[in-house]
Write a protein that binds this ligand. Structure first.
Ligand SMILES: Nc1ncnc2c1ncn2[C@@H]1O[C@H](COP(=O)(O)OP(=O)(O)O)[C@@H](O)[C@H]1O
Ligand SMILES: [Mg+2]
Length: 332
């Protein structure tokens, strides 16, 4: 079972983009994948994958009601399948009030049982919901979470439930490693939650051609402190088009989504994108990252290649090495 929280201390580090692309890559490697969206803000994975139509409806059943033990229906009814075959437990507005609702539950339950609030297992609720009450490990090969970095209770619940982190990082100003705090953070969380937390890998993302960015990338490649199986290049046009295609970078390229000016207005349409080698290279890097997490971190079995069928262009096959082999691109 693959379980990973896509973690970052700050926003805008391509967390949602990375989670979505990883989920689709793993699906294309033959795995059953579920993504849990814990971010209630606009521009989250739920809107990217075009699910969660009732995320603003307070009467709709949602994950928060289930975590707090007050569901309106069966857990499986929360799950929606995206166009690309990834199952999603969508975000809901109620995630914003999670802590205050949790505090009420804790006050009530500890009061009833005459127990200290500090003894309440506030970070174990998602773990119990996913693995004890609903046996998600029987349905899925991989569960990923896109958390909201600032929501401590939800983030800690996510980490307690999944135990493994992968961390996309963006080049910080003046090329310094913005990661000095990561080890410390993992240690603090392990201590606070009293569990072992693993760091699968760190993924420098949005790496451009400038000297500062290349230098930054090099620093990551050279460190022994953590694994950096790939860096994801700066690909604004490709990744932004995901929001038009409502899906992964694979979908953008396969359906050839492009944003352009037409009769004085900006439009986005499938069938127009020019396929560039560098964008195929980025898909290849995403596959390499997914394969690393699946096989190196978790010892899972995956298909030996990922097939990308490009509209009007034919097929690209990314062969995905098992363990330590390189991922190669062949064109047919
Ligand atoms: N490799 C990349 N290069 C350039 N822009 C990117 C890249 N990946 C994602 N983006 C863009 O950056 C913005 C923020 O990404 P997002 O994944 O939503 O970040 P987060 O979830 O960490 O807030 C989006 O507009 C996205 O399209
Ligand atoms: Mg996000």
């Amino acid at each position: 079972m693959i379980t990973a929280v896509v973690y970052s201390e700050s926003g805008g580090t391509y967390k949602t983009t990375t989670t979505a692309n990883l989920a689709v890559a793993l699906t294309r490697m033959g795995l059953d994948v579920c993504v849990i969206d814990l971010d209630p803000q606009e521009g989250n994975l739920t809107s990217l994958f075009d699910v969660g139509t009732r995320r603003n409806d307070p009467d709709a059943d949602n994950l928060v009601k289930h975590i707090l033990g007050m569901p309106d229906g069966p857990f499986t009814d929360l799950i929606e399948t995206s166009d690309e075959g990834v199952d999603v437990i969508p975000s809901h507005d109620m995630l914003s009030d999670f802590t205050s609702n949790l505090e009420q539950k804790i006050a009530y339950e500890t009061g009833m049982k005459n127990m200290s609030k500090e003894d309440y297992p506030r970070y174990e609720l998602l773990h119990n919901l996913l693995w004890n009450e609903n046996q998600l490990h029987e349905q899925y090969d991989a569960v990923l979470i896109d958390p909201n970095a600032r929501a401590e209770d939800l983030l800690y619940n996510a980490i307690f439930a999944l135990r493994t982190l992968m961390a996309p990082v963006k080049p910080a100003g003046k090329g310094n490693l913005s990661l000095d705090g990561l080890d410390e953070m993992v240690a603090n969380m392990s201590k606070e939650l009293d569990i072992q937390i693993g760091l699968s890998c760190v993924v420098p993302s949005g790496i451009g051609q400038t000297n500062a960015h290349q230098q930054y990338h090099k620093q990551f490649q050279e460190t022994d402190e953590f694994e950096t199986p790939v860096a994801i290049a700066y690909r604004e046009s490709l990744m932004d088009a995901m929001w038009e295609a409502r899906g992964s970078a694979f979908k953008v390229i396969e359906e050839r989504w492009k944003t352009f000016e037409e009769d004085g207005a900006m439009v986005s349409k499938p069938g127009y994108r020019r396929i560039r080698d560098r964008e195929l290279e980025t898909l290849r890097d995403i596959c390499k990252l997914a394969a690393f997490i699946a096989t190196e971190t978790f010892d899972a079995e995956i298909a030996s290649e990922v097939v990308v069928e490009i509209e009007g262009k034919g097929t690209e096959r990314f062969s995905v090495g098992t363990k330590t082999e390189e991922v190669e691109v062949t064109t047919s």
